[in-house]
Design a protein around this ligand. Structure first.
Ligand code: ADQ
Length: 455
């Protein structure tokens, strides 16, 4: 980056997301989106608008604002009832499973849907008075399908963009969701409609056409999200020299490490993955006592029933695998449900001979990209990746698996664990180059260029 500030010439960027990062959380502890956006918008005025993460008796009408240089954070507390209906209900218990092709897990309640629309309308009403005519508005993710149309209802004429971080399923599946036609029609209010992959783009275009929005279908494009690969590499290089990684390495006593890092979510394919690892130990006996699998899976959405039962299921898998296979001096599967800091994760990923990333569906999956970025260029590990992760087309050097087939996972793990260094290098190098070329910053800038009307 040059030090030239072109701030005054650039339109102000308004980022709207369900969650707004804590202004005090910087660098290593902040979430990926926050880091990506912060870097890309460093030279322009920006306003980050959304939920504060706090609940109150009623949803606030006007946001609380915090300024930090060129960036202003404006956040609203949500009323308890709105939180339950909009966030826990329609966003997490209805849209999340549906968009991940899991219609069977989706619950629909008309009250939740009304609550979801109500919060989108409240966001729009609170945001509209803050907007200037030349602002660019960029709304993020499935919490905000109706935000654009609500802003238009408030009389906003600004350029509006929407980016969906999760998959968009085929229309036949999505249209089974009650009121889905309204949600698709809402998207037509946006000038730029971004998704992660070409498959998602094709699905969303077909949905818009089916709902009589053929013109809006032409505004859909894929903008695959990336990570700050150089930053993550540097983090891993530093962490590998630190005490925490050294202690962990010592505990492995020379065994090959397989690593998995995911939020504890039913889309991540964890039971099938554990079963696959169990199959590796049962079928490929040469790995007994020679491999350790560390799964880090911090609990998310612990108040939703599906997540509680998933946790129980995983506890059972861990007990079964370790109970059947462990030796007095070997625990085959180490499993942690508490969060681990990004530097520590980066160091652990660099240590790992295999990155195991097998979501049943995933918009992109940044962990796969982080694993590639964390590797030692002289002796990189191998990546086992679900073909249903949005990242799969961008990571051709990975061993692609069907995450529903534990035997296929076991076979890929065996191949990864026994892969010669030359092959690991040949697979890893192009992925690492691609990761650096299509990073978070490039993603942001290409979306913003489209929003400005130039892309
Ligand atoms: P997520 O479903 O959260 O994101 P992912 O893309 O893997 O999935 O990003 C998770 C981020 O959280 C990564 O940066 C990862 O390192 C971090 N993380 C995961 N587990 C962690 C742990 N145990 N401790 C600390 N950090 C952890 C959604 C979509 C994805 C899409 C992203 C970005 O579901 O498909 O790739 O948004 O668009």
């Amino acid at each position: 980056m040059t030090g030239q500030h072109k701030g005054p010439d650039l339109n102000r960027l308004i980022i709207v997301a369900n969650r707004v990062p804590n202004p005090r959380e910087r660098g290593a502890t902040a979430g990926g989106l926050a880091v990506a956006l912060r870097e890309a918008i460093a030279h322009r005025q920006a306003l980050w608008f959304g939920w504060s993460g706090q609940t109150a008796e009623a949803t606030a009408a006007a946001p609380a604002e915090t300024r930090q240089g060129r960036l202003t954070y404006a956040t609203l507390d949500l009323g308890e009832e709105d939180y339950r209906r909009y966030y826990r209900g329609f966003a997490n218990a209805t849209l999340w499973p549906t968009l991940h092709y899991r219609l069977g897990l989706a619950q629909f309640s008309r009250e939740d849907y009304i609550g979801y629309r109500k919060v989108n309308a409240a966001f729009a009403a609170a945001l509209a008075p803050l907007l200037r005519p030349s602002d660019l508005v960029w709304a993020h993710d499935f919490h905000l399908f109706p935000l654009g149309s609500e802003l238009r209802r408030q009389g906003c004429r600004q350029r509006l963009g929407f980016f969906l971080h999760v998959p968009f399923p085929p229309y036949g599946l999505f249209s089974a969701l009650p009121r889905s036609g309204e949600l698709i029609t809402d998207l037509a209010a946006y000038d730029v409609i971004g998704v992660q992959t070409e498959d998602d783009a094709a699905n969303l275009r077909a949905a818009l056409i089916a709902e009589n929005q053929p013109e809006a279908a032409t505004r859909v494009a894929a903008y695959p999200i990336g990570i700050n690969a150089e930053g993550f590499t540097a983090l891993a290089e530093r962490a590998i020299l630190g005490q925490e990684t050294a202690r962990f390495r010592q505990s492995l006593v020379g065994r090959a490490l397989v690593i998995g890092v995911d939020r504890l979510d039913y889309t991540k394919g964890l039971p099938q993955r554990f079963c696959g690892y169990g199959q590796l130990l049962a079928r490929f006996r040469q790995h007994l006592s020679r491999v350790t699998y560390l799964q880090v899976a911090p609990v998310s959405r612990g108040d939703v029933a599906e997540y509680r039962s998933l946790r129980k299921e995983l506890d059972e898998w861990v007990g079964r695998i370790n109970g059947q296979q462990a030796e007095p001096d070997w625990v085959p599967l180490r499993y942690m449900t508490r969060a681990v800091s990004r530097p520590t994760l980066a160091g652990f990923m660099r240590l790992a001979r295999v990155g195991l990333v097998t979501p049943l569906r995933d918009g992109m999956n940044l962990v796969a990209k982080e694993y590639v970025a964390a590797q030692d260029p002289e002796d990189p590990g191998a990546l086992v990746l679900s073909r249903f992760a949005g990242a799969a087309p961008q990571l051709p050097g990975a061993l692609l698996v069907n995450p529903l087939d534990p035997d296929e996972i076991a076979e890929a793990l065996d191949q990864a664990l026994t892969m010669p260094r030359e092959e690991r290098l040949a697979r890893w190098r192009p992925m690492a180059e691609e990761g650096r070329a299509s990073g978070a910053r490039a993603w942001c800038l290409s979306f913003i260029a489209a929003l400005e009307g130039g892309g």
